[in-house]
Design a binder for this molecule. Structure first.
Ligand SMILES: [Mg+2]
Length: 88
């Protein structure tokens, strides 16, 4: 699935609610999900970690929608530019 397709699905399902909540409070939800992912990883519960990976991705796309960021575009730019950087 293309990132842009997934971002559009997230926009259609959640944008109204997310927009009413606002970007700051939505960012807090995103951080909570990152914390839940970290906890799942630390606990060794792989099934829970899988669910939390999905939560984090959905909330990231929600934030991108609120900030009017095209994730397909920024990821493509990142991949092009990261070739110029020394590998980690
Ligand atoms: Mg979660």
């Amino acid at each position: 699935m293309e990132i842009s397709v997934l971002q559009q699905i997230v926009r259609e399902r959640y944008f109204k609610t997310d927009n009413e909540r606002g970007v700051y409070h939505t960012a807090l939800w995103f951080h909570e999900e990152v914390g839940e992912l970290s906890s799942a990883i630390a606990s060794g519960d792989k099934q829970n970690a899988k669910e939390e990976f999905a939560d984090v991705l959905m909330w990231l796309l929600t934030l991108a929608n609120l900030m009017e960021v095209d994730m397909q575009e920024v990821v493509a730019d990142y991949l092009v530019n990261s070739r110029k950087l020394p590998s980690k």
